[in-house]
Design a protein around this ligand. Sequence first.
Ligand code: 6PG
Length: 250
Amino acid sequence: MSSPEVVIYSDAEELAKATGERLLTTLIQAQADGSTARIVLTGGGSGIGLLAAITSLPARDEVDWARVEFFWGDERFVPASDPQRNDLQAREALLDSVPIDPALVHPMAASDGEFGSDVDAAAAAYAEIIGDQPSFDVVMLGIGPEGHVASIFPDSPAVHDDRTVVAVRDCPKPPPTRISLTLPTIRTASEVWIVTAGEGKAQAVATALAGAGEVSLPAAGAVGTSRTLYLLDQAAAGELAGDPAPAGHS
Ligand code: 6PG
């Protein structure tokens, strides 16, 4: 497992643009040998913001989008047309603007989908899609002020669950019912990127980087097999030791 690296940008806009550029570079590199790139998207302001930033980047069209396979780290278990849906927001931000292969886009089930209100069945079905040996090039995550990633909250059933995908109920962040990858699944990724902005995340970021345990601070358990990146704006880096100054793209 990789030790976390921190890259700091001046503000949320610069963070979104630089992370969008980083994603494009990663996709191009992953495709260089003819492979299909496999990435896991996240909901939340930073996660959707970086997708939106990609639409105006010159390198956008250097990616063979038909050879990118899209998964989600978590999803709100609401009707498919509900604007709270992470997949809907990702499609509006980027996916509807690039020539993806719909067969390689794997949204998590909606509450008005084939499983109806059975969120456990919906989670189990996603686990079948992910498979027993998942391998992602990048899992992108936001982080909550208390350290959640995806829909894995501190001291919650999900943080103790070693299945691939789980149903989440009574989630502290609305809406209450969700589907989420678990930390063991997140850790199958080559790279895990925690992308966040704002002083409200500074304490969670600093605690995660200070070696907190994953049960009390789930972000601390979100590590990649080869790389773990904390991609921050200055405000989210505000509790880090020393005088973290904005870095360049690394
Ligand atoms: C969700 C997200 C969630 C999000 C964090 C950070 O479905 O809500 O997946 O994990 O990434 O809560 O969200 P913000 O970037 O909006 O603070």
